[in-house]
Ligand binder design. Structure first.
Ligand code: PBG
Ligand code: ZN
Length: 320
C-alpha cells in the first residue's frame, strides 16, 4: 500500500517501461486478408476500406510477392468469381479464382496460405449456403463445403477456414480431407462468428451481400456468450485445429474465455468494420495512429494467439 507501493516506479522512463511491458505484437501472428477478383483487370480500392484493394489475378501475383518480401507471414484469401449460381458451384472449380490464387502464393512465396471457405461469394443469393424454401439447407451445404475443401487442398492450401456457420461444417470438412488423404491440412474454424453490423465493408469488397433476408439464421446472436463457448466445444470435437472469435474488439470477453477454457490456438478476426472505424478516424486526424497498435495489442492481451486484420501489411511495413 502507498507509500511503500508506488506503481509509477514501473513507468519512470522509456527503458524502465519497456522492461515491464507484458504484451508484444509478434508479426508472425498477424494474418493479412487478400481479395482476388476474377472480373478485375488491374486493382481497385474498396470504397469503404481505404488502402485495401481487390486484385486481378495478375496484380495479385505481384502483390503477394511484395507481401512476402516485406515480411508478411500469413495471408487469408477471399475470391470473387465471375460466375455465381444457386449452389455456388464455382467454389469447387479446380481453376477457380481461389484455387489459382492458392497455387500462385504457394509457388511464389514462403507465406502460409489460408483460404476462407464459404459460399456467399459464389451463390447468386449471397447466402453462405444453398437456399431451399427461403432457408439455408444445412446438410446440402455441407456436401458442397466438402468438395470446396478438397479443391483447396488439391491446390496446396495450408489452412482451410470455414466461415459459413453451418452445423457440422468442421466435421464434414475434416472427413472429406481425411477421405482424400489430406491429413495435414489445418482447419481454422470460425467457431463463434456473430451476426455483426461490422461486416458491411467486406460485403462490398467480396460482393457477398445477401440478396434477401440476413444471416441471423446461421450466424450467432451477439447477445450470447455461453452459446459461443458451446460452438467452440463442438468445433473442437469435430476436429478443428484452431478456434476463432469474430469480430474482435467488441468480443474481447470471448477471446479471453476461449484462451482460458481451451488448450488449442485461439484466433480472432478484426473485421472490415473495425478496420474502417479505426482507419477513417486516423485518416481524418480524429485519432492518433498509435490507436492501431493499441487495438491490436488489446486482442493479444485478451488472449488471442493469431489475429486476422487488415492493418497487417502496414503494421509490418512500419515496424521493421
Ligand atoms: C464470409 C465472410 C464474411 C467475413 C469473412 N468471411 C462476411 C459475412 O459473414 O458476411 C467478414 C470479414 C470482414 O468483415 O472483414 N462468410
Ligand atoms: Zn459466407
Amino acid at each position: 500500500m502507498f507509500p511503500v507501493e508506488r506503481m509509477r516506479r514501473y513507468r519512470l522512463n522509456e527503458d524502465i517501461r519497456s522492461m515491464f511491458k507484458e504484451t508484444y505484437i509478434n508479426k508472425d501472428k498477424l494474418i493479412m486478408p487478400v481479395f482476388i477478383d476474377e472480373n478485375e483487370r488491374g486493382k481497385k480500392e474498396i470504397k469503404s476500406m481505404p488502402g485495401i484493394y481487390r486484385y486481378s489475378i495478375e496484380e495479385y501475383e505481384n502483390y503477394v510477392k511484395y507481401l512476402d518480401e516485406i515480411g508478411v507471414k500469413n495471408i487469408i484469401l477471399f475470391g470473387i468469381p465471375k460466375n455465381k449460381d444457386s449452389t455456388g458451384s464455382s467454389s469447387y472449380d479446380k481453376n477457380g479464382i481461389v484455387q489459382r490464387s492458392i497455387r500462385i502464393a504457394r509457388d511464389n512465396t514462403k507465406m502460409n496460405v489460408i483460404a476462407d471457405l464459404c459460399l456467399c461469394e459464389y451463390t447468386d443469393t449471397g447466402h453462405c449456403g444453398v437456399i431451399e424454401n427461403n432457408y439455408v439447407n444445412n446438410d446440402k451445404t455441407l456436401e458442397i463445403y466438402g468438395k470446396e475443401a478438397i479443391s483447396y487442398a488439391d491446390s496446396g492450401v495450408d489452412i482451410i477456414a470455414p466461415s459459413g456457420m453451418m452445423d457440422g461444417q468442421v466435421k464434414a470438412i475434416r472427413k472429406s480431407l481425411d477421405d482424400n488423404n489430406y491429413i495435414n491440412t489445418i482447419i481454422m474454424a470460425y467457431s463463434s462468428k456473430f451476426a455483426s453490423n461490422l461486416y458491411g465493408p467486406f460485403r462490398d469488397a467480396a460482393d457477398s451481400t445477401p440478396q434477401f433476408g440476413d444471416r441471423r439464421s446461421y450466424q450467432m446472436d451477439y447477445s450470447n456468450g455461453r452459446e459461443a463457448l458451446r460452438e467452440m466445444d463442438l468445433d473442437i470435437e469435430e476436429g478443428a485445429d484452431i478456434i476463432m472469435v469474430k469480430p474482435a474488439l467488441f468480443y474481447l470477453d470471448l477471446i479471453h474465455e476461449a484462451k482460458k477454457y481451451y488448450n488449442l490456438p485461439v484466433a480472432t478476426y478484426m473485421v472490415s468494420g473495425e478496420y474502417t472505424m479505426i482507419k477513417n478516424s486516423v485518416l481524418s486526424g480524429l485519432l492518433n495512429e498509435n490507436v492501431i497498435d493499441e487495438a491490436l495489442t488489446s486482442v493479444f492481451r485478451a488472449g488471442a494467439d493469431l489475429a486476422i486484420n487488415y492493418f497487417t501489411e502496414d503494421y509490418i511495413k512500419n515496424h521493421k
